[in-house]
Design a protein around this ligand. Sequence first.
Ligand SMILES: Cc1ncc(COP(=O)(O)O)c(C=O)c1O
Length: 391
Amino acid sequence: MSKSFKTFLKHTAKDFHNQSVNPPVVRASTIIFKSMQHIRKTQAKAQKNPTGGHYDYGRQGTSTTHILQKILTKLEESYHVFTTPTGFGAVFLAIFSVTRPGDEIIVSDPVYSPTRLLTEKFLKEFNIKTIFYNPSDLKTLEKNITKKTKLIFVENPGSNSFEFQDLGKIISIAKKNKILTAIDNTWATPYYFKPIKFGFDMSIVSATKYYSGHSDVMGGSLAVNKKVFSKIRAAERITGLRLGPDDAYLITRGLRTLDVRLDRHRENAKKVAAFLSRNKKFKLLYPYKKDSYNFRMWKKYYSGASGLMGLKIKSKNINSVRKFVNSLKLFGYGYSWGGFESLALHQERRETGIRKYLNLAKDEHLVRLHIGLEDPDDLIKDIKQALRYLK
Ligand SMILES: Cc1ncc(COP(=O)(O)O)c(C=O)c1O
C-alpha cells in the first residue's frame, strides 16, 4: 500500500524486535564483530552501498542516526541526507566539501550572519573569495560569475529581512554556467519546499528549529543529490561532523509531529500577520500581502509558510522599539526559533549592519517574531498591548 509522507512519519522506525513504538537509542563507539572476516565483509558492504547503514565504528553512526537519515531522505526526496551536530555544521560541511583555495563562491547577501562570517572572513584566509549578491536583483549574481565560481549559496527567505528570491532563475543561471548550488532551507523545511527535487545540489536545514520543535536539542541536516554525494561523504569522514545518537533520537521524536506543528505554525502566523499587516507603523516582512514581489516569489515555489516573520519599524525613538519588544509577555527574548513557543528579538545594528544590500535607514529597525503554537488570539492581544509603547 502506498502511503503519504504524513503516515510514513507516524509509522516508520518502530522497534519490531522489542515491540515498542519507538526505536531504541543505540550508543556506540566500538562495534563488536564476530570475526575479522565479519569486519571486512561489513566494510565491503559499506563500500558497495554507502547509504545503507553499514558501520564499523561509532563515529560513522548507529542504527539510531540511520533511522533519522532514512526519514529525512524521504522527506527531502533526495539521494541522501547527512546529519551534523548543529545546523551550522551542515552549512560548513556543504561549503567545505566543494570549495578549494583559488575558488570563488557567490552568496546571497542576507544569509544567516555566522554563514556570512564563515564565507567572508574565514574562507578568505584559505584563498576562497566570496561575492555577495542582492536577493532582489539577480543581475548582481549573474554578472559576478567567473571561471573560478564553484558554488552559489542561497538562503531563502533572507535572514531577518525575509526577501524571497526567484529560485527558478537561480537554478537556471547555475545550470547554464555549470556551478553547484546550495540552499539554507531552514525557514520552510522540505515540508513546504523540496530543494533537491527542484534542482539544488545541496539543501541545509537546522534541525534545531522545526525538526526538533521543542527547543531542547541541536542538529543539522544536509540533503544532497547523487552528483555531489561522494564529495560530501569524503568531507564528512575527514571532519567527523556527525550527529550523536541521543540527539538523533530527539530529532526523530520531534519529526513525528512536524506536519501537525508546521500546519499550526502556518495558521497561527497567518492570523497574527493579518493583524500586523493593518498597522501603519511598520512593514510586515512575511509573505502575506498579495501584491508584493516577495509574495509572488513565495507563492511560485512554496506550498506553505512557517512561523518566522519580521517587522521593519520606522521610528526615530530606538528606546520605544526596545520597549515594545520588552513589553511582550508571551514572547521569550532569545536566539533560535522553530520551537513550540513564541519568541521576539530586536536586531541590533551589529547584527544587521554588515550587509551590503540591506539599506536600512538610521530610523529603521528590524524586529523578528517567531509565532509559536499558543492560541493566536492571545498572541495578538499581547502584541496589541505592547504596541502602545512604539513611538
Ligand atoms: C537560517 C539558519 N540557518 C542555520 C542556522 C544554524 O543552526 P544551528 O543553530 O542549529 O547551528 C540558523 C540558526 O539560527 C538559522 O537561523
